[in-house]
Every structure is written in C-alpha cells, then in structure tokens.
Design a protein around this ligand. Structure first.
Ligand code: SF4
Length: 323
C-alpha cells in the first residue's frame, strides 16, 4: 500500500496544484517551519521539567519517610521502652497493614487494568506497614540519650533537605503550569513532540497514511493530536481539518483507540475538530486522487476561488493562478 503524508493531504485539500508545486518549491513555508521548531523546543523543555518534577517528588517522599523513621528511632533512645501491650498492639497493626498490601497485590495481579490503579495503594500500604513495624521494634530497645540526640539532629537535617527540595518542586510546578497552559490542559500529558529528536514519523498501514503531528497530548486514556498554524483564523480551514483528521486516523491505528477529536491551534484561537466518519471518507478520497495524479505525473487547480489563489504560498510559480 502506498503511504501518503498528512502534510500532503493538507496541501492537496487546499488545491491539488499547490501540492504538486510544493514538490518543486519546498522553501515557501520558512516562517511556519521556524515557528514549528520553536514550539518543539518549548514542548521539549516542558517535558524535561515534568520528568524532573516527578523525580523530585519521589525524592521528597523518600527523604520525608526516612526522616520520620530516623526521628522515631531517636525518640525511642531518648525515652526508652514502651509498655509490652503497646508493643504487641503495633506488631498486630503492622501485620494487618501488610495483609492489606497483600490483598491489593493479589487483586492487582488478577487484571492488568487494576494493577495500574492499585499501584499507589500497594506502595502506601507497604510503607505504612514498614513504618509501624519499625516503630514497634525501635521502641523496644533500651534508652541511649547520645544515639537519641544524634538521630534527632539527623532527622531534622533530613526534614530541612526535604523542605528545600519540596520548595524547588513547587517552583518547577509553577513554571510548568505557566508554559504548559498554552499547549495542553493541566491534567494532560505531552506524549509526543513531532519536532524533536525522539519525534519519529508515525505510520498507519491500515489507512496508508504517515506524518508527524506537531504534538500529541494524552488526557485520561485518550490521545489527541494538535496541529499548530502560525496564521490567524476565525474558523477552521478545510485543508487543516483534513490534516488533523489524517493524524487522528494514524493515532487510531497506532494506539488502537480513536481519538474523540483533534485540535487545530491558530495564532489567535483554537478549534476542536471532532473525529468523524465523514471527514475520514474525504481524507481517503483525497489520498486516492493524489495517488492517481502521481501516476499521471500532473495535477491541476480544482476550484474557481480567486481569494484562495491570492493567499496561496505557491502563486508565484503557478501557471493556473486566478489572482
Ligand atoms: S495559485 Fe491558485 S491554482 Fe495555483 S496552486 Fe495556488 S491555489 Fe492552486
């Protein structure tokens, strides 16, 4: 099956001759290319910071838990043994907590969907069990004020580091929110950046289409393609609707789930384009006509719209232009 690019679908939908001329005169969209590169850079920066944030959050959690354990350890040496009954109580509680983790682990093992959902519960539950168990063990040791004081100072330093790191995560979060709001909903994840080193071309064998959307955001379990245009527009252009629909088709094939819509972002506003059967049919028709013209080795204007020619990027080289 011949694979056609979504970018070519866009050009052909605008005017078949524009698509044909674009093969000979490639540099007409310099401004657009520059803008796409800038977007790619900014998105990569956001992605990098989000990864850093996740790592910092893990460190904060780890340091805080360690500090709490060390602090308890110190307290036990300062104040000595607790009563036997309390010791038994904490041991039983730790076992119950551990049983709770095992129960969720068993449930998660039954289904891969549940595994992801229970992951955090298992982690928190296990940490809880470990803490309670440590609590009961360290409080059964004889008092030693020197070790106790040393542990308390250590825990204090640990807490200070956790707070500094937490402060840094807050700053990064703010930076991310400010930049990300331009591109994606805050609960959305930037899944793919077309204009980046990792942004490989995506291909659908099922539809015979390929392409690199500017970026893809993941909201819940939906993958939404976003196409950015440097121009202003008060309504979505037909050729852009075709391009974003082609990306939706590629995503449907690759991720095995159709996106509910694609997004076209103009410099003044953005539009959600529902992913519909009627648009898919037109994309497939454009693809068929394009392959036919490729075989013929020529394409012609298919409209009488002089305004289209007046704003066409290839009018300078066009033998059939109307304006
Ligand atoms: S100038 Fe008009 S006819 Fe020529 S490629 Fe552009 S839109 Fe098509």
């Amino acid at each position: 099956m011949n694979i056609v690019s979504a970018g070519d679908i866009e050009k052909y939908a605008y005017c078949p001759l524009s698509w044909w001329l674009s093969k000979k005169h490639k540099s007409v969209y310099d401004e657009g290319i520059k803008k796409h590169k800038e977007t790619g850079k900014e998105l990569q920066e956001i992605k990098r910071k989000e990864e850093k944030l996740k790592l910092y959050e893990k460190y904060v959690l780890f340091i805080s838990i360690s500090a709490t354990i060390v602090a308890l350890f110190g307290l036990s040496f300062l104040y000595g043994k607790m009563e036997e009954t309390w010791n038994v109580f904490f041991v039983v509680l730790a076992f119950l907590w551990l049983y709770n983790s095992l129960f969720f682990l068993y449930k998660a093992g039954k289904s891969s969907i549940l595994r992801a959902r229970y992951e955090k519960v298992i982690l928190l539950s296990s940490v809880g069990a470990i803490m309670i168990a440590s609590f009961s063990v360290i409080f059964s040791l004889p008092p030693n004020p020197d070790i106790g004081r040393f542990a308390e100072i250590l825990a204090l330093l640990w807490v200070i580091s956790a707070n500094l790191l937490f402060y840094r995560t807050l700053n990064i979060s703010e930076e991310i929110i400010e930049k990300k709001i331009k591109y994606a909903p805050i609960n959305g994840k930037i899944e793919y950046i077309g204009n980046s080193r990792e942004g490989k071309e995506m291909e659908s064998k099922k539809y015979g289409l390929r392409g690199k959307p500017d970026y893809i955001i993941k909201v819940g379990d939906e993958y939404i393609p976003v196409e950015q245009k440097s121009m202003e527009a008060n309504h979505p252009r037909f050729s852009h609707v075709m391009q974003v629909t082609a990306y939706c088709m590629i995503i449907e094939d690759i991720y095995g789930k159709p996106p509910p819509y694609g997004i076209i972002k103009y410099s003044n506003r953005q539009f959600k384009i529902p992913y519909e059967e009627r648009w898919k049919n037109i994309v497939m028709k454009i693809r068929k006509n394009m392959l036919r013209d490729m075989e013929k080795g020529i394409a012609h204007r298919n409209h009488n719209n002089a305004r289209k020619c007046a704003t066409c990027a290839r009018r300078e080289h066009c033998p059939e232009r109307l304006a």
